[in-house]
Design a protein around this ligand. Structure first.
Ligand SMILES: NC(=O)c1ccc[n+]([C@@H]2O[C@H](COP(=O)([O-])OP(=O)(O)OC[C@H]3O[C@@H](n4cnc5c(N)ncnc54)[C@H](O)[C@@H]3O)[C@@H](O)[C@H]2O)c1
Length: 386
């Protein structure tokens, strides 16, 4: 989500910095562990991935941190005793790195995923969104098929044990769901980032005129591709027929958020999000049919507090699944460890492409409503709060 609100900033480029690394000081890698290399060491790496990896020290070891900002690379690497560099090629050439995590801003994801696969690494995690158009996604899929390197996308809820337990237990629910709601209320990212760690190199979010139609379009696109995208793979489990997506309503919520209603086949879908410092965090996903319904409460982004809790209600009985001991972020890393060890099944490239196409089709249709003047840009906060 942070990639979105920063979309108007100029992202630092490698050419802004002199290349540095400390590879000559290479630490001794433990052969029993899988080595992790991270491209991009911003808040997501510092507050999400490093704390998750710290809990998995019996499986994984962070061995190389790369960031185009040398101070960020060196400071973050120093926290975990890893090597650092400012060059992607150097990280990919490091034989101690088995798994690559791509945590750079979204516009670099496709090229970095492709380079990681071509470098013959054992598995790749790409933060969401893993591409920004269908053409990039198809290129990634072709390289993954050619090299055999498994890829997972950081849509963490799909790795949350609460969600996975619900999937096992919901029986024929997907055939009967007519209504889906994804409802997200979060504080601005820095609140939970700062609870998790001391962030270095945070990029300030610029002010912007949210009455400007271009800004409204960027907020809607960013809201879908940066935040709703966590739940859209879940939505797709209930709407495999997403060819017929129709966005019926789209509006922004200030200071950041969206209210989007759409229909996919016979299923009516409501996507809501609001980031506002005064609201309690809440992240609820619901799939409702006539005779059964699923409701899942997820832990907020950045928060390391165990898994989601799922409730399946059927014939007057409610089955509660979870909370389990780890969240979706840790689930991603457990999955990567399995894949890099040659066990476990990666999601199919087709699934990842369809998830991306689904998200893009919603983002594009929501933004088009701004052009046709059918998007409300000024909802009152009380309205959203209700
Ligand atoms: N899964 C989640 O809950 C979650 C939460 C926050 C962010 N994210 C995702 O993680 C990614 C990073 O987010 P962030 O909040 O850390 O963003 P950020 O943009 O603030 O930080 C990214 C870091 O990447 C560095 N960078 C810039 N260009 C680079 C390049 N070409 N190669 C390597 N590094 C480069 C920057 O210097 C910065 O330190 C984004 O894709 C974002 O969508 C996911």
């Amino acid at each position: 989500m942070s990639g979105v609100t920063r979309s108007q900033l100029r992202i630092p480029q490698s050419s802004d910095y002199k290349e540095v690394s400390n590879l000559s000081n290479q630490a001794q890698a433990s052969p029993a562990l899988l080595g992790v290399g991270i491209l991009g060491a911003g808040p997501a790496t510092q507050a999400i991935h490093l704390p998750s990896l710290a809990r998995l020290g019996d499986l994984l070891e962070v061995r190389h941190i790369m960031d185009v900002d040398p101070a960020v690379a060196e400071t973050v690497a120093g926290r975990v005793g890893a090597n650092f560099s400012t060059s992607m090629d150097e990280l990919l050439a490091d034989p101690a790195v088995d798994i690559v995590a791509i945590c750079s801003p979204h516009q670099f994801h496709a090229a970095q995923v492709i380079a990681s696969c071509r470098a013959g690494k054992k598995a790749v995690l790409c933060e969401k969104p893993f591409a920004m158009n269908g053409e990039e996604a198809a290129r990634i899929s072709a390289v993954s098929a050619e090299t055999g390197v498994p890829i997972i996308v950081g849509a963490m809820h799909t790795f949350d044990p609460g969600w996975l337990a619900a999937e096992e237990a919901w029986e024929d629910l997907p055939e009967h769901v007519h209504t889906i709601r994804s409802s997200i209320v979060l504080p601005p990212n820095p609140r939970f980032e700062d609870f998790a760690t001391e962030i270095v190199g945070r990029v300030p979010v610029p002010g912007r005129d949210s009455t400007d139609p271009d800004v409204i379009k960027a907020m809607l696109t960013g809201g879908v591709m940066g935040l709703a995208i966590h739940d859209l793979p879940l939505v797709r489990r209930f709407t495999p027929d997403f060819e017929a997506v129709e966005v019926l309503h789209a509006e922004i919520v200030r200071p950041f958020g969206y209210v989007i209603s759409l229909r996919a086949g016979n299923v009516s879908i409501e996507l809501r999000a609001a980031m506002n410092a005064t609201w309690e965090p809440s992240w609820v996903f619901e799939a409702i049919g006539d005779d059964a319904a699923l409701k899942i409460d997820f832990t907020p982004s950045y928060v390391h507090a165990g898994s989601a809790t799922a409730r399946i209600r059927r014939a007057g009985r409610t089955t509660v699944l979870g909370p389990f001991g780890h969240n979706g972020y840790e689930g991603e890393w457990r999955k990567l460890a399995e894949l890099a060890s040659g066990t476990g099944q990666a999601p199919s490239a087709e699934t990842l492409i369809h998830d991306l196409e689904f998200a893009l089709s919603i983002a594009e249709a929501a933004a088009r409503r701004v052009d046709t003047g059918r998007t409300a840009g000024t909802p009152a906060d009380e309205e959203i709060n209700a």
